[in-house]
Design a protein around this ligand. Structure first.
Ligand SMILES: Cc1cc2nc3c(=O)[nH]c(=O)nc-3n(C[C@H](O)[C@H](O)[C@H](O)COP(=O)(O)OP(=O)(O)OC[C@H]3O[C@@H](n4cnc5c(N)ncnc54)[C@H](O)[C@@H]3O)c2cc1C
Length: 406
């Protein structure tokens, strides 16, 4: 059997674990083991970006990230930028396209391509993959580590914890990483689902189900602004989803009772919408009020806005007063949905919260409590907005952890 000077065990064959293993394997003489509890590596990656894998975002910068100490992420994100991600994947043979929003996808439009090039690279680099190997216990042993899973115990000189977070439970999101960290004295912050559907009072959503709209969103609580976002919103049976809705979900998770989402449904201010509505009343006096927004908004949405403004849909437009048109313009630029909460970890794309970063060195991602233990990806208390930011954190932190402090 081939003898190795140094064994590195990577716990978790997801995005951050794969790149960490590839980076660690660049040093000759190292035996790199990638341990994955599921039947195959990269299962969650295949589901990303609705199966297209939004692998990074050209605009991702350290200031965009969240966490108890979000500045912790800066060295990793600066060391491995979105451009580095694109070049890294290009080097593995993946062609990519960048959308106007900065989102980067494989040209094939298939997440499979991203996983395939990673798998080929792992094989070429000689990384030993052990699937269906759930690491249940991780303990220091002499100058190295013992990793127990099932009936087997593996020894390693260094360990990279890349177990991901609790989000996407149906795709294998688990809390193992936090548990393994805790057993070694690493504390974690509270966990919240993020980038998930916002649940609202059921009054409107059901009749709006399936409608997509470009909107500006504000989240308030007792008239205090908590968060803002902009972009596509999709109405669902229970509330809102879509990138702009997802981006508010983190703040909803943290925000408590009494929150309201306000949507500006047209890219105009209230006075301009009122001017358009008055012109419509003049041009089409016999039209039913329920059609007030026809041609301006999705017709089902238009009818709901009219109803939300307290206007009877059957009245002809010429019967509507200026103040009634004013209410309609107000509801169109400030369409309010009372928030009930967010969907749970099953539906969430990312976990807000995780292992507290104060116990890791941001320049190496090595544990301050246990030399030789590194952590990367979602298991750490760092998360980002929708649009490629979380995979960028996974690649950047995995590439840094894989250097094992060198
Ligand atoms: C539906 C969905 C869509 C998404 N879309 C996007 C997107 O388009 N762009 C984007 O940037 N982000 C997206 N994300 C978020 C992104 O996928 C994650 O942030 C990223 O995968 C985190 O990488 P990770 O390596 O930390 O964790 P993961 O990719 O979750 O990998 C962790 C791995 O560790 C394994 N593991 C856990 N515990 C153990 C154990 N005890 N022993 C062995 N193995 C273990 C898990 O099975 C898993 O394979 C999406 C997430 C979801 C759920």
């Amino acid at each position: 059997m081939k003898r190795h000077d140094f064994t590195v065990a990577v716990i978790g064959g997801g995005a951050s674990g794969m790149i960490a293993a590839l980076t660690a394997a660049q040093v000759p003489g190292r035996h790199v083991l990638l341990l994955e509890r599921q039947q195959r590596i990269g299962r969650k990656l295949l589901a990303t970006g609705n199966g297209r894998c939004n692998l990074t975002n050209r605009n991702a910068a350290p200031a965009d990230y969240f966490g108890t100490d979000a500045a912790f992420a800066a060295p990793a994100l600066t060391h491995f930028t979105p451009q580095d991600t694109v070049e890294f994947f290009s080097g593995l043979g993946l062609l990519t396209v960048t959308e106007e929003s900065g989102r980067v996808y494989p040209l094939s439009d298939s997440a499979n391509s991203v996983l395939d090039v990673l798998r080929f690279a792992l094989d070429r680099a000689g990384v030993e993959q052990r699937c269906a190997f759930p690491v249940e216990e991780l303990r220091p042993s002499g100058s190295g580590w013992q990793l127990a899973g099932g009936s087997e115990t593996i020894t390693a000189d260094a360990v990279i914890l890349a177990c991901g977070g609790a989000a996407g439970a149906k795709l294998g999101g688990v809390t193992d990483g936090y548990r393994l960290g805790k057993a070694l004295g690493h504390r974690r912050s509270a966990l919240y689902p993020s980038l998930t559907r916002i649940l609202t009072d059921p009054e409107y959503p059901r009749s709006l189900k399936g409608i997509r709209v470009q909107a500006e969103l504000r989240l308030t609580r007792r008239d205090v602004l908590l968060a803002e976002s902009e972009g596509e919103v999709q109405f669902t049976e229970t509330g809102i989803s879509g990138p702009a809705g997802f981006d508010l979900s983190r703040a909803v998770s943290f925000g408590g009772d009494g929150q309201v989402v306000h949507l500006r449904l047209l890219p105009y201010d209230e006075a301009e919408v009122l001017r358009l509505l008055k012109a419509r009343r003049d041009a089409l006096p016999d039209l039913e009020a329920s059609e007030l927004f026809t041609g301006m908004l999705h017709n089902r949405l238009g009818r709901v806005v009219v109803k939300a403004a307290g206007i009877s849909g059957a009245a002809p437009l010429h019967e509507l007063s200026d103040s009634q048109l004013g209410y309609a313009a107000r509801r169109c630029t400030d369409f309010c949905l009372a928030v009930r909460g967010v969907d749970g970890f099953d539906a969430a794309q990312v976990t807000a919260g995780g292992l507290l970063t104060e116990s890791f060195d941001p320049k190496t991602l090595e544990s301050r409590l246990h030399p030789g233990l590194f952590a990367c990806g979602e298991v750490l208390d760092i998360d980002g907005p929708c649009g490629g930011y979380n995979l960028q954190w996974a690649w950047a932190s995995g590439a840094l952890a894989g250097r094992l402090g060198s």
